[in-house]
Design a protein around this ligand. Structure first.
Ligand code: PEP
Length: 250
């Protein structure tokens, strides 16, 4: 009942021309996948060019971040209304690079999440522990704290639009993937906390993605886990052949 969701986070890669090339390659090789959902999250600068290319296709458009306000004196920020205007359906909030490099905390991420939902964007909420947090046995409590902080005030009725991505920080861009068993165990814990916050019916409908060095050679095993409903893919989403293989997980 949870349709698997594979999303590509292109981070700060691809000029407009390169982004168009990548989308052309994806559309050419994708076929007609009816049992899974696909999203690409290019940099803001490529959204306008990609929007008409993706309209009516199997690939949805997403953004990598959003500011909670609709408009105003917020230099450098992009509002949810602007993203909707460009055809975005999804937006990543709380990515660990936003948390670590740009100093974002759960309170701001919570505002972004509410604003995204209010304006018709489906948030992909990222949570995950650092290596020292895992090594000191605090991985689960860190993730639970992030979930509680970021989901403050979210109603169970909004759950259908929510996606949660578990992305252990030590696995992002390192080639060091969580084992399928470790990922499954954290996903089960996340679903349990979601049940406490939003109720068990809502929790069982929320898609949980794993992110952190997902590649063509590990995606099948990860996706075979019962609580892993998709993948958030960074590096391997930057080339059509590797992202297509991930999308075509078996
Ligand atoms: C990410 O950016 O969310 C990510 C998971 O990156 P990578 O797949 O490169 O580890």
């Amino acid at each position: 009942m949870r349709v698997p969701l594979i999303a590509g986070n292109w981070k700060m890669y691809k000029t407009v021309a390169e982004a168009v090339d990548l989308v052309d390659g994806l559309l050419a090789g994708l076929g007609n996948p009816s049992d899974r959902e696909i999203v690409v999250c290019p940099p803001f600068t490529a959204l306008h060019a990609l929007s008409p290319l993706l309209r009516g296709t199997e690939i949805h458009l997403g953004a990598q971040d959003v500011y909670p306000e609709v408009q105003g004196a917020f230099t450098g920020a992009i509002s949810p209304v602007m993203l909707r205007d460009l055809g975005c359906q999804y937006v990543i909030v709380g990515h660990s690079e936003r948390r670590q490099i740009f100093g974002e905390g759960d309170a701001l991420i919570n505002r972004k999440l509410h604003s995204a939902m209010t304006h018709g964007l489906r948030p992909i909420l990222c949570v995950g522990e650092t290596k020292p947090e895992r090594d000191s046995g605090r991985a689960e409590s860190v993730v639970v704290g992030q979930l509680r902080g970021c989901l403050e005030g979210v109603a169970a009725s909004a759950a259908a639009d929510l996606v949660v991505a578990y992305e252990p920080v030590w696995a992002i861009g390192t080639g060091d993937t969580a084992t399928p068993a470790d990922a499954q165990s954290m996903h089960a814990a996340i679903r349990q906390v979601l049940a406490e916050i939003l109720g068990s019916e809502a929790a069982s409908s929320i898609r949980l993605q794993y992110g952190g060095s997902v590649k063509p050679d590990n995606v099948d095993e990860l996706m075979a886990q019962p609580d892993i409903d998709g993948a958030l893919v960074g590096g391997a989403s930057l080339k059509a052949d590797s992202f297509l293989r991930i999308v075509q997980f078996r």
